[in-house]
Design a protein around this ligand. Structure first.
Ligand code: PLP
Length: 395
């Protein structure tokens, strides 16, 4: 028996595991330290009342023979797919119910979608970005080419026709930079994908944070239905990180080599996935109801105000940064820090410096594929953001 040798090409530990380890070690040595985390992008506000009420009603249904539910629809309950369909109608995107697949979150779908493509293939992945795209492609043995974000392109890399690829990952709003592609930029990606016969995997996990006049779905772009899959989640939208629910949209028009990707994904899901719990799907449906939307947008505003406070604090210290406006993340350039042997501005050196000098935890850019930068998350309690920003060192 041989093991999947591709795993040997992965970095030792997952980014947040390494951060957790460092923080634990620091706390063991400094038990009285008041460490504030603006690190891992996990929500802090509880589920909206409309979601809780719907889930409680669903639990009560499970207690009676007449209303009890067993296995659900493989693709997701119709009521939730209708709610997603309506949500997209609000974005001027018309979806058929069988184009929507309910899942237990965007992370699983990001990885599992590789099942329907012939691997090894080539994946074009922006950098910096959510590390799951890179790791899942390494596991599949795929060749990875990077589209590099930089200050020059405002962390929004654009297609290079000299590069051939089969898959294109796009994350907009981007984790970790908070940068969002414009209509014209996404149109350029769609044209490139069509020209290369490639498939775009568009991750819209943070779409609800977009405040400016920018696209919140790849399907707002003409002809995207012929070349794109959209992955989305209730995690950041409605605080479902622990509750687990997401959805993936695969248009019926998306075909490669005469094969429907929608039909292939359905075949994959019916074989390997048995759906999300009924109770959770009722909660997700409620999140997209008019009352639910009002309530979850209230929570989003709270995080947006946190992001504003972080942005203001960075600017007051002349630390160059972007993001925060259309995403819950602020992306900053690491100020130079004096470490024991040398003056360094690597993101892990800045991580150590911030933890030791101000007891603040952030996320080093290196973990997202770009050293020299740093991510601060706005998913935190207001009082913690305020205290952290008071303590934040000057550049
Ligand atoms: N996509 C992006 C860009 C993310 O940042 C995250 C989580 O941080 C996910 C997907 C995962 O979402 P989920 O909780 O739905 O698995």
């Amino acid at each position: 028996m041989k093991m999947n040798a591709n795993y040997e090409n992965l970095q030792d530990s997952y980014l947040f595991a390494r951060i957790g380890q460092k923080v634990r070690e620091y706390k063991a040595k400094n038990p009285n330290a008041d460490v504030i985390s603006l690190g891992i992008g996990d929500v802090t506000l509880p589920l909206a009342p409309a979601v809780i009420e719907a889930m409680q009603r669903a639990v009560a249904e499970m207690a009676h023979e007449k209303t009890f539910r067993g296995y659900g629809d493989y693709q997701g309950e119709i009521f939730l797919r209708e709610a997603v369909q309506n949500y997209y109608a609000g974005k001027n995107v018309q979806l058929e119910l069988d184009e929507i697949f309910i899942s237990d979150g965007a992370k699983s779908d990001c990885g599992n979608l590789l099942d329907i493509f012939e691997c090894p293939c080539t994946a074009l992945i922006p950098a910096p970005v959510y590390p799951v795209y890179v790791d899942t492609n390494i596991m599949a043995g795929n060749r990875i080419v990077y589209a590099n974000g930089s200050e020059e392109n405002h962390f929004l890399p654009m297609p290079d026709y000299a590069v051939d690829t089969n898959l294109i990952y796009l994350c907009s709003p981007n984790n970790p930079t908070g940068a969002v592609y414009s209509h014209a930029q996404l149109e350029a990606w769609v044209n490139y994908a069509l020209e290369k016969d490639a498939v775009i995997l568009f991750d819209g996990a943070y779409e609800i944070f977009v405040q400016d006049e920018l696209p919140t779905s790849i399907f707002q772009i003409p002809r995207a239905r012929e070349c794109a899959i959209e992955i989305c989640s209730f995690s950041k939208t409605a605080g479902f990180t622990g509750t687990r629910c997401g959805y993936t949209v695969i248009p019926s028009a998306l075909q490669r080599g005469g094969v429907s990707l929608n039909k292939m994904w359905l075949r994959r899901q019916t074989t390997k996935f048995n759906g999300v719990s009924y109770i959770t799907q009722r909660g997700a449906e409620a999140a997209l109801s008019p009352t639910g939307l009002t309530q979850i947008k209230e929570n989003i505003r709270y995080y947006q105000q946190n992001a504003r406070l972080i942005l203001d604090a960075m600017r007051a210290r002349n630390i160059p940064c972007i993001g925060g406006q259309n995403a819950p993340y602020v992306w900053l350039k690491c100020p130079q820090v004096a470490s024991s042997a040398e003056t360094r501005h690597t993101s892990w050196a800045f991580f150590d410096h911030l933890l030791e000098s101000a007891n603040i935890v952030g996320t080093p850019g290196e973990g997202f594929g770009l050293d020299g930068y740093f991510r601060l998350s706005a998913f935190a309690k207001r009082e913690n953001v305020l205290r952290a920003m008071e303590r934040f060192p000057t550049a």
